[in-house]
Design a protein around this ligand. Sequence first.
Ligand code: 8YV
Length: 326
Amino acid sequence: MKPTVFITRKLPDKSIAVLKDQFEVRMWEEEEVPVPKEVLFAEVENAEALFTVVSDPVTEELLSAGKNLKVVANMAVGYDNIDVEAATKRGVLVCNTPDVLTETTADLTFGLLLATARRVVESAEFIKQGKWQSWSPFLLAGHDVHHKTIGIYGMGKIGEAVAQRAKGFGMEILYHNRTRKPEAEKVLGAKYCSFDELLELSDFVVAMAPLTNETKHMFNAEVFSKMKSSAIFINSSRGAVVDEEALYQALIHNVIAGAGLDVFEKEPISQDHPLLSLPNVTALPHIGSASIETRMSMIHICVDNIQRILTGKNPRTLVNKSLLSE
Ligand code: 8YV
């Protein structure tokens, strides 16, 4: 019998042809509705490989149901949706998709920064709604980006790619990270500083950190109160690094000037989410890596990893690396 692969989202046929040739491929086909829990559990019971996205919680309970599971291939660089410890305990390989999405996510992050500072979305709505009656000096005037100070919290690969873009805009680049990044300091002129200094000095504070127990809700009321009142906060990493209620309060009380958000604590958010009611918030539906080229590359890595693992080879990318060295 061929090993079974279960895919939780509808993918283009041609992108999974390699899997279809060799394995029994089952896929949740509905694009508007996520796979229901009971269907997911029933599918995982018979699967050797599971193809997931970040909005699929891969819990210890799900992993226990997957008695034959060998691999979870997550179509994302982040894997906070997966209980990696539970997977490792069961010998299940967890694969992600690093590198291929770095530049694409940095483009979106910088675009979100520009859009928020220069009120691009608001201005586009304004003209479409027929509100452009006359010219006035401060009509939809925003704030400059060039030559301002950007503070990047989390200088991983995407953080560095954002810094590269900031350099092109003549910005002063500050960063805070668990470890120093000599290359970014040398090549991009980025300056390492404490988290508090970053908050106090930056015109744009960009959250680029993965979601962990340490980073959860780290952007809270106290943190927002340390930022400039003219600061714009940008988040395209994970929603839960922010205390959303604290951000809402900071925005309505002018503690900070605006926010550009590609991610939210519980996605998808509904239209009545309080942050969506604020004119100084630019909100996007988690599209950081969403270019056709990059999404195809991400699928390709997942497919390749599944194919390799189910045929006894090592994957190209692996999160729980200890499993291969045993
Ligand atoms: C995912 C992401 O592609 O890579 C990540 O960590 O958040 C996105 O790029 C998307 O959320 C689907 O899993």
